[in-house]
Design a protein around this ligand. Structure first.
Ligand code: 5GP
Ligand code: ZN
Length: 116
């Protein structure tokens, strides 16, 4: 299991930094975004540290699968399974600011396209 002591989301996964957990299992943790962009805005992360989606996809398919199951569980639990947006900002150009892979689960309002 890889962790980075300087990584904010590793610290959340370790319980060293507080977050509002909404769902978890052995491999995955989901917690509310501190700056929500929709009525439902939950971040879904692997407990292990991968810097972005590409690093996770290249590394371990079982963790990737667990992450995706976590997304589905969060959407159901939060009552947005009929319509939600899943976003992985990948790289600074795309707006990634925390370099521990996380899926944004956004829902509870109508979403527009294209995104900004
Ligand atoms: P990114 O910009 O990397 O795609 O998304 C990072 C997300 O993490 C942002 O939506 C931001 O609001 C959220 N975030 C940053 N710091 C914290 C924190 O300390 N706690 C929580 N719960 N969310 C955070
Ligand atoms: Zn990390």
């Amino acid at each position: 299991m890889s962790t980075d002591p300087d990584c904010l989301f590793c610290q959340i996964a370790a319980g060293q930094t507080l977050a509002q957990t909404v769902w978890e299992d052995d491999a995955v943790l989901a917690f509310r975004d501190i700056n929500p962009q929709a009525p439902v805005h939950v971040l879904v992360i692997p407990r292990d540290h991968y810097r972005d989606f590409d690093a996770l996809a290249a590394a371990d398919s079982s963790v990737l699968q667990a992450l995706m199951r976590g997304v589905t569980a969060v959407a159901e639990q939060e009552g947005v399974a009929d319509g939600y947006r899943l976003v992985f900002n990948t790289g600074a150009q795309a707006g990634q600011s925390v370099f521990h892979v996380h899926g944004h689960v956004l829902g509870g309002r109508a979403m527009t396209w294209p995104p900004g």
